[in-house]
Ligand binder design. Sequence first.
Ligand code: ES4
Ligand code: ZN
Length: 329
Amino acid sequence: AVADGYLRRIPKAELHCHLAGTLRATTVAELAARAGLALPRPADKLYQWPDFYGFLDVLRLTALVLRTPEDFSRAVYEYVEDAVRDGNLRHVEFFFNPDYFYPNGIDYPAMVDGMIEGIEAAKKMFGVSSLLICCIDRSTNTPAQAVEIVETAIAHRRDHVVGIGLDGAERAGPPATFAEAYALAKRAGLHRTAHCCEDNQTLVEAPPTNYLICRDVLQCDRIDHGYNMLASDFVMAEARRDGLYFTPCAWTSLVHNRPHRPQRIRRMVEAGLNVTINTDDPAMFETDLGHGFTTLFESIGWGPDMARKFSLNSVEGSWLDESDKSALR
Ligand code: ES4
Ligand code: ZN
């Protein structure tokens, strides 16, 4: 076993973290009050849902509180502050779904400028670097809308927005649906990742072959989650050979799959995949960077060598350029 303190203190990069899922409940309450937005429950009871689909609804609802560039700046800064304290965060790559926020009356350049302001303040205060990943919700966007999102991402602040992602309910938008958007992103030199084979979907809804589609059709250079791939030895062997980095998340409060998650991550590691450990939606799942490592290591019994391996993997799998990676190594 390895001490809780060591797991919290080892430096980490986080590659799978949705900004809308990081908001402190107290910040949500304060911003909602200021915006005159009625929440369905008190803020400290907001992060509750019956199932994965209910969770996605709450995520969209909470996102409604971010209305001004200052709100976006604050959200980024507060997450970095929390994750430095809870898990010695050194670098983070935030997913943000621009269309979550359009109903709030803010446009893409304003929200990105706001996040960059928070990134720069957090860099100054904590020495932590952040990059942004423009994310497409597969359950609410048509292929044509996805292309528009990518066109927008290509046109603004490419110094910070370095890639695209695909989230939401996998069964509602199989990866091949977004082939055109991903081809456009690749031509423009954006990195590409996608949520794939998430374990809140069945093997029919999110089959192992989704990995092959993400690799070959979307040409992803990283993969989020990946657990359902374990059902296919062929797909696992391919993934091992491909060497892409995976971003499973140690803890989820989506209760039905919580007990299986650590064992699935263990099997991904033992199959030879390049694995990093992440939080996904830390505030909403009532976890944090240190807690994820601690619960995972407790349940598997890994030692400090594995903590160092995950720490290094998170740097190698990041989308930092080579000089920034070597500064973190
Ligand atoms: C998500 Cl856990 C999860 N799965 C799919 N999409 C998401 N967006 C935010 N969290
Ligand atoms: Zn996610």
